[in-house]
Design a protein around this ligand. Structure first.
Ligand code: SF4
Length: 211
């Protein structure tokens, strides 16, 4: 891909990547159908981000910390904000590190890591640099976790960007697949995954008995 494939009009939100990893249909419902319902998990996250996204910076020692930095990548066509970016002026060279604040605890899926990696890809393009690591601060466990931004994670992230773009550009909301995660999904009452599964089953049975 060339270094300026997309224009600002083509940009998709960085946050869409996380929704896609959680459930492609949820991503479609939010970014194609414009649906959004808060639940206890989303509200907790928003309160935390309001505290962090403050458009300020401070310098302590050799580290400058910028909060709420707007970031983008023309190569990938993504835009968003980084909670915190640390610019360290170390003896062994400068280091830029995105740090994401999360209300909960480390997740089993790769959604948080993909978001962090996408932020790093934006920063790399904007600052013409290479970023080796990012970090999370999880509110529930009050612990900082450092993540290596390796080639596998970079490739997964770029593939997810492509998959999200496909949903947004074709306006194709994926069909529901009911699973355990539906119980924590803020869109369950709009999505009606059980009803949709029932409709798919009925259609399948009807098809079997067609002459
Ligand atoms: S209710 Fe389930 S299938 Fe529907 S958007 Fe949420 S997670 Fe996806």
């Amino acid at each position: 891909m060339s270094s300026s494939t997309f224009t600002e009009d083509d940009f998709i939100q960085l946050s869409a990547l996380q929704h896609y990893v959680f459930c492609p249909r949820q991503c479609g419902l939010i970014y194609v159908d414009d649906a959004w319902h808060d639940n206890v998990f989303t509200v907790r996250g928003e309160i935390l981000h309001e505290k962090v996204d403050t458009d300020t910076y401070e310098t302590r020692g050799t580290t400058k910390t910028v909060r709420g930095l707007r970031i983008h990548s023309f190569r990938l066509g993504i835009v968003g904000r980084a909670d915190v970016v640390e610019f360290k002026d170390g003896k062994s060279g400068d280091e830029i590190m995105p740090v994401e604040f999360k209300a909960g605890e480390p997740k089993e899926d790769i959604s948080d890591k993909v978001q962090l990696c996408a932020q790093a890809l934006c920063l790399e393009e904007m600052m013409n640099t290479t970023i080796q690591r990012g970090a999370f601060f999880y509110g529930k466990v009050r612990r900082r976790t450092v993540v290596e931004l390796n080639d596998v994670l970079r490739q997964q992230t770029e593939e997810i960007v492509i998959a999200v773009r496909e949903i947004v550009s074709t306006q194709g909301v994926p069909v529901a697949e009911y699973s355990a995660k539906c119980r924590s999904c803020s869109l369950e009452s709009l999505c009606l995954p059980k009803a949709m599964n029932q409709r798919k089953l009925t259609a399948y049975i009807n098809q079997l008995y067609q002459p």
